[in-house]
Design a protein around this ligand. Structure first.
Ligand code: SF4
Ligand code: FES
Length: 249
C-alpha cells in the first residue's frame, strides 16, 4: 500500500509543533499502526533524523499507553486501541494524520507522547478500599449478585487510555472517573469509602483541569474498553447520595 503519514512533531511542551509528511510506498496491510511507525522510525534513524516519539507498551490493548488521534478520531477508525489497529483498515493511497491527545490536562511531552499522570492522580484520590491485613480472603467468601459483578467488571475494564478525554469537546474525564467510581461502588469492599470516594475523585478531576460532562457521549463512542455511558449516571447518583443530608430515621 502507498500511505502518506502526516505526523505531529513537537520537540517539547514549550516548543511549537508542526505536521511533517512522510510518504511510504511499502506498507503491508497486515502491519499494525504502531509497526508502521516502527518501520518509519528505523528509516528516520538510518538517515540521521530523530525518530517519532510515541507511547506504547503491551501492544495488545491492555496497558492504554498507545493513544493518538488518527484523522481526528481517538485511536482511529475502529473502537480499538492504536496497537490493535491494522493498516488493512485503510485504503491504498490514503493520507493519514496522526496527532497527540489534545487536552490541557495532557501536556505534550514530545511528538505524540502526552503526560497522562492527571488520570493517576484521580485514581490515587479515591481508588482504594479498606482491607484487613492478613492472608488473602477466599475468592468466594463474599457472595455477590451477578448483576453487580457484571457491572463492576464492565467498569473495571477501563485501561486508563484517556481516549474519552481526547474525544470530549469539554476535555472531560468523566467516563474514566465514573468507571473507577462504579467499579468499586458495585462491590461490598468498596462501600466504606463510597461516599467520600466520589466526592474526592471529582474534586481531583476538576482540580486537574478536566471539563464538566454535558452528556455528549463522544467518550463512550471511542472507548476501546466499552465502558458504558451510564456509568456516568451511576457517578451522579453516588454524588447526590454523598452530598445529600441524611434524613432522620
Ligand atoms: S473510560 Fe474508556 S476511553 Fe476512558 S480512559 Fe477508560 S478505557 Fe480509555
Ligand atoms: S500498547 Fe498497550 S494498549 Fe496499546
Amino acid at each position: 500500500m502507498r500511505i502518506t503519514l502526516n505526523v505531529w512533531r513537537q520537540q517539547n511542551a514549550q516548543a511549537p509543533g508542526r505536521i511533517v509528511s512522510y510518504p511510504r510506498q511499502d506498507v503491508s496491510p497486515e502491519m499494525s499502526f504502531l509497526e508502521l511507525l516502527d518501520v518509519l522510525n528505523e528509516d528516520l534513524i538510518a538517515q540521521g533524523d530523530e525518530p517519532i516519539a510515541f507511547d506504547h507498551d503491551c501492544r495488545e490493548g491492555i496497558c492504554g499507553q498507545c493513544g493518538v488521534m488518527i484523522d481526528g478520531v481517538a485511536h482511529g477508525p475502529q473502537r480499538i486501541t492504536t496497537c490493535q489497529l491494522h493498516m488493512r483498515s485503510f485504503a491504498d493511497g490514503d493520507t493519514i494524520t496522526v496527532e497527540p491527545w489534545r487536552a490541557d490536562p495532557f501536556p505534550v511531552i514530545k511528538d505524540l507522547v502526552v503526560d497522562r499522570r492527571a488520570l493517576d492522580r484521580i485514581i490515587s484520590s479515591g481508588g482504594y478500599v479498606s482491607v484487613n491485613t492478613g492472608s488473602a480472603p477466599d475468592a468466594h467468601a463474599t457472595p455477590l449478585p451477578k448483576e453487580n459483578a457484571d457491572r463492576a467488571f464492565e467498569a473495571a475494564a477501563c485501561i486508563g487510555c484517556g481516549a474519552c478525554v481526547a474525544a470530549c469537546p469539554n476535555a472531560s474525564a468523566m467516563l474514566f472517573t465514573a468507571a473507577k467510581v462504579t467499579h468499586l461502588g458495585e462491590l461490598p469492599q468498596g462501600q466504606p469509602e463510597r461516599a467520600a470516594r466520589v466526592v474526592s475523585m471529582l474534586d481531583s478531576h476538576d482540580a486537574e483541569g478536566f471539563g464538566g460532562c454535558t452528556n455528549i457521549g463522544e467518550c463512550a463512542a471511542v472507548c476501546p474498553a466499552g465502558v458504558p455511558l451510564d456509568t456516568i449516571s451511576q457517578l451522579n447518583v453516588d454524588l447526590l447520595g454523598a452530598l445529600s443530608p441524611r434524613r432522620p430515621g
